[in-house]
Design a binder for this molecule. Sequence first.
Ligand SMILES: [Zn+2]
Length: 145
Amino acid sequence: MRLALAEAVAAGGRGEIPVGAVVLGPSGEVLAAAGNDRESAADPTAHAEVLALRRAAALRGQWRLSGCTLVVTLEPCTMCAGASVLARVDRIVYGAVDEKAGAVGSLWDVVRDRRLNHRPEVVMGVLAGECSAVLKEFFATRRIR
Ligand SMILES: [Zn+2]
């Protein structure tokens, strides 16, 4: 989560909403890390989670990320929750809760829908205070400017 937080801060520095994600391999090794890149890439799907999942899959040479863990500073949206299920990650670990758009327990619980064959384990609230502080700080600074 510390690495994901560093990615979030770096994204904020680029003018992106500061969200960072990391994909860990089966032994806990870092396969990929990414920050939100929606503005720079002019891509509505360039969320940190999607970018990290893509990079991890490219590194492994397969789309299936069984045994892997997605670590992200903010609760994933519907797209990223869906991408995690499609990637077959074993676990999703997130920091801050997103009450406005969260799809891993808040507005929806996409990844634990019993109708799905694959349901990743969820660990929430890891370094939640720090993860939400990065977001709050970003938006506070933007309002002043
Ligand atoms: Zn997302």
